[in-house]
Design a protein. Sequence first.
Length: 311
Amino acid sequence: MTRTDTVTDPEPLTESVVTAMPVDDVREARRRRRVFRKPLLSLLRHAVLIAAAVLMLYPVIWMVVSSLRPTEVIFREPGIILDSFEVSNYVDGWNALSYPFNVYLLNSGLVVLGCIVGNLVSCSLAAYAFARLEFTAKRLWFAIMLVSIMLPIHVIIVPQYVMFSQVGWVNTFLPLIVPKLLATDAFFIFLMVQFIRGIPRELDEAARIDGAGHFRIYLQVIMPLMVPALATAAIFTFIWTWNDFFSQLIYLTKPDLYTVPLALRAFVDADSATNFGEMFAMSVVALLPIFLIFLFGQRFLIKGIATTGIK
């Protein structure tokens, strides 16, 4: 049998034309159409994603641009086209409050460091107990721990304040750090429990045969394998603590103890004009640590979440 010549008609393939064409030519025409359609769909998909990213990043871009403008121009020209370059907002904003802004950065750094260490140590120990040990009412305590995730901080902040006030911890960093040493963040416990459950128990049994106890198994077997989950907990703790305003506002009232969120709030004065240029400049400075932490820890964050069963 001989095949007919290839159809080169540029018009769309109608039913009659497709019927008259050989099977191989029909498949080739459809393949060419799919090859042409695939880059077009990919281009459209990327255009939509870029537009959505620009829409979500617009407030941040506007804040950065506004930090480089004089205060009187910020709301008069609300666009993101930069006509003037005013770096004095960063210089003046750094020393605009009672103390230089590096004092508030240092205070936030101390609180964040204490919270990260507390969460990693206490939550990993609690997670190991729930995942590997057997004790009375284990499932009940685990359920209570999960229920505490749904308990908002506003419910317990007043009793906590009364307790910490009685022991003289108000206007110190202790009320912000000490609870983290007691495994109060149930979300991280749950995350680490799910991760430890994915580690084969044969490793524990092999270590136990070599004479290792629970603490040695936790320290030398489980902890090295938990790096993604620990990195995830550290990144979330950093972001949440660095941005925390409510708890720090409750416990810290002295200006020399202000953290970054409280210092930014101090730029807004109800009795006088607010210098928005300086406030936006210091907001950009406060945003940089979060951006850098997320940028360098992104792969650990994604791996930690993807391997804990809560994808």
